[in-house]
Design a protein. Structure first.
Length: 310
């Protein structure tokens, strides 16, 4: 049965630049096209949406909700899905925490346009997800640096030195890294990406962006420039800190955000399930598009069209 919701959805802002929440919207229903359009509009505006008391209890319900925003990707290009659910990736504290700033799967040609995370097991304290606006970061850049960034391209890869001290590595980290990199991917993406729906410009970098594509530039110089740009993304005013509750779902725009999961909950279990929505090929300020260098990701995700609100 289609949900009969005739009024405007009321999202409450969580910050001036990013984030809004709504409580009690039953996402397990077969939502009407109008409701889906309102959620898309809110996502375009706020970039990260928190649905509390979302009433999504199963992977099937999460998959159905996510699929209203476009075709889905597989769970991951190299990591196994939840058993029997090819679109669902377990984000489990037993496998370590994603405590680096990143945008999901940017090492492939067309990274996901959006990600959904659903709470399964929530720690008693800690375990938040930080989400940052790369559009806010771009606007913060001095004009000269912004113009320079508009011209840059970066190489994103899943195969790099994570540089985590051995004493801080999670048990089994080396084995998981071998799985993560069992197929090597490299893609050249613009450092400044134009959002296909809003026209906003955002810094498209993060943990998988390992070097700039500039002939004659040393790796150290390349990383220094990326670190400078990354520092604008992680300014506190560009970040919303999402506290997890039971029965909660978060939807964020992967094209214009980064996220980080701090390891601040000791040895408590923390489990989220992730479903991602297929994306388009990133476009630079001058209209040129990203280029795959190594690795075929077509088994993972089709290239989504932006013509139907994707």
């Amino acid at each position: 049965m289609t949900a009969a919701i005739d009024t405007r959805l009321e999202f409450t802002k969580l910050g001036s630049r990013i984030g809004a929440e709504i409580r009690g919207l039953d996402l397990s229903q077969d939502l009407s096209d109008d409701v889906v359009a309102q959620i898309r509009e809110a996502l375009n505006r706020h970039k990260a949406l928190v649905f509390r008391e979302a009433n999504i209890r199963t992977d099937e319900q999460q998959v159905r909700f996510a699929s209203r925003f476009g075709p889905l990707t597989k769970a991951h290009p190299t990591v196994a899905s939840v058993t029997g659910a090819e679109n669902v990736l377990p984000v489990d504290s037993e496998d370590g925490s994603a405590n680096t700033w990143h945008t999901d799967v940017t090492f492939v040609l067309n990274p996901p346009q959006a990600s959904t995370l659903r709470s399964i097991v929530v720690p008693r304290y800690g375990g938040e997800t930080l989400i940052a606006s790369s559009a806010g970061a771009y606007q913060d850049l001095p004009a000269e640096l912004r113009n320079f960034a508009d011209t840059l391209w970066a190489i994103h890869t899943n195969d790099y030195d994570y540089a985590v001290p051995k004493n801080l590595e999670h048990e089994g980290a080396e084995d998981r890294r071998k799985i993560f990199t069992r197929v090597k991917y490299q893609t050249a993406h613009p450092v400044v990406r134009v959002h296909p729906l809003t026209g906003e410009r955002g810094l498209f970098i993060g943990g998988f962006a390992q070097r700039l594509r500039i002939v004659g530039l040393s790796n150290t110089e390349s990383k220094d420039i990326l670190r400078l740009l990354q520092a604008y993304i992680t300014r506190p005013e560009n970040i919303v800190r999402v506290n997890w509750e039971p029965n909660q779902l978060v939807l964020f725009d992967n094209r214009i955000t980064q996220h980080y999961a701090p390891s601040n909950y000791d040895d408590q279990p923390r489990r989220l399930n992730r479903v991602t929505i297929a994306g388009d090929i990133p476009v630079a300020v001058d209209g040129s598009r990203s280029q795959a260098i190594e690795g075929d990701s077509s088994h993972y995700s089709a290239v989504a069209s932006t013509q139907a609100g994707a």
